[in-house]
Design a protein around this ligand. Sequence first.
Ligand SMILES: [Zn+2]
Length: 153
Amino acid sequence: MKCCKCSNVAEYKVALNGRTYFVCEDHIPTQGDSCEPITDLDMLRSNKHIANLQGKEYILFAGLLWLAHRNGLKSIETTIIEHDRETGFCLVKARVFGERGEYQAYGDADQITCGKKVAAAYIRMSETRAVARALRFYTGTGMTALEELPNER
Ligand SMILES: [Zn+2]
């Protein structure tokens, strides 16, 4: 994210006339306005890594990856625990590892919770959900990932 007044990397946000501006160290307003350090959440929002559905915010998978890499993510491993081709059900375990330690989570998908469009992709969907949950644990993100929702779009 760049400063709104120069090409430096912005480090602070300033609220002014109901809008938010991002500024570098050199362009912090000298008086009056509230000025706070930019948070990961600000970065996620400005990079469109957060979606708003019916008034509730959901983090996108790409945003979780970005956040995890920013926080020393080193590896992601996934294992299929259960796969039933007949009924179209898949359960995947994800293990993520990095500077913050090791976290595991499960994700499942079937042809119903995938939604019609991606019914054939339930294996990949269960993997995405497992990794999304593991990355949420790793990054301490309470916000649900959009990809975890049933009947997605
Ligand atoms: Zn600047």
